[in-house]
Design a protein around this ligand. Structure first.
Ligand SMILES: [Zn+2]
Length: 310
């Protein structure tokens, strides 16, 4: 049987490169840190997927609802910034720390928008092999009621909010969310922030090539002042995104060369193709070591996901 990198990963609850934990999280102890990014946009940080809010005169747009257990805390964090209702929700991808509290938001009157693949994955349930995590089908009330295919524009709170689908990137359900006036982009999971390789979830349709393409899309939208919101943690700069992109392109070239030379997965790992990049992009305490990332890259490039993402 083919050996996969999956066996090397700890059981995990969340999807970022940083927050993977072997033990269940005690959500009662988690605090949400809100940071004002200007022009009505605020980031809500906790130990899982970053949420963003855009505050308008009539209501709030919320990007990513967090896990179900954190829904009340997200609502409280939003209420601290604005007394207006959460009117619109955008889910960036089909990992539970990004859509888990959808039902609570919908029950409060919010309309939920997402890529069509996200609705399908929520409706059917899914197994995320990398985390040994099974997500059951979501109740109908939690599902997005508005879905799109390639792109969509929301006009909200005086800002123009562009949604772009990027194929087979962090997952097959990713939405990049570009707040034009605020000059902020939510990267779904296609950017790990400063000092972390971005994880791509192949069991949810993600790939290395698609992650690189997603980063190129963001670079085409960004200027030197854009803040790029990662899966978890503080926003990164365009310069950091470019450096991460360049590292991934280098890794792709090196691993493709090893594959072309006929190297097995284990031989590719032994060749340490990420060695000079790991000091910058392996976060201490995270699960994405250079060896793990090499396995992911090898499996992704070998599987043909590279062409699927084009
Ligand atoms: Zn994720």
């Amino acid at each position: 049987m083919k050996r996969t990198f999956i066996a090397l990963l700890p059981a995990a609850l969340l999807c970022s490169s940083v927050a993977v934990v072997a033990q269940p999280v005690d959500y009662s102890k988690l605090e949400i840190k809100a940071t004002d990014l200007g022009n009505g946009v605020h980031i809500l940080n906790w130990q899982g997927g970053d949420s963003l809010i855009l505050v308008g005169d009539d209501g709030v747009l919320l990007v990513d609802t967090s896990v179900a257990q954190m829904g009340d805390k997200i609502k409280a964090a939003v209420a601290k910034v604005s007394g207006k209702p959460i009117k619109l929700v955008v889910n960036t991808h089909a990992h539970a720390d990004h859509f888990g509290a959808n039902e609570a938001m919908a029950n409060g009157g919010a309309v939920i928008v997402a890529h069509v693949n996200l609705r399908e994955r929520m409706a059917n349930g899914q197994t995320i092999a990398a985390f040994n995590q099974t997500i059951p089908p979501s109740p109908p009330a939690a599902l997005p009621t508005i879905t799109y295919g390639e792109a969509m524009v929301l006009h909200f709170g005086g800002d123009t909010v562009q949604l772009f689908h990027v194929r087979n990137a962090h997952t097959d359900s990713d939405t990049l969310v570009h707040f034009k006036r605020a000059n902020v982009i939510h990267a779904s999971g296609t950017f790990g922030g400063d000092g972390s390789y971005p994880f791509f979830d192949m069991s949810s349709g993600g790939s290395l090539a698609g992650t690189i393409a997603a980063q190129e899309k963001m670079l085409s939208l960004a200027d030197s002042n854009t803040r790029i919101v990662p899966d978890e943690g503080d926003p990164g700069s365009t310069a950091v995104l470019r450096a991460c992109h360049d590292a991934l392109v280098e890794i792709r070239a090196r691993v493709e060369k090893l594959i072309a030379e006929g190297k097995s997965e284990d031989e590719a790992v032994a060749a340490k193709p990420t060695k000079d990049l790991d000091a910058k992009w392996v976060r201490p305490g995270g699960f994405l070591s250079g060896d793990t990332y090499t396995r992911m890259a090898y499996e992704s490039l070998k599987s043909g996901n590279a062409s699927a993402a084009r």
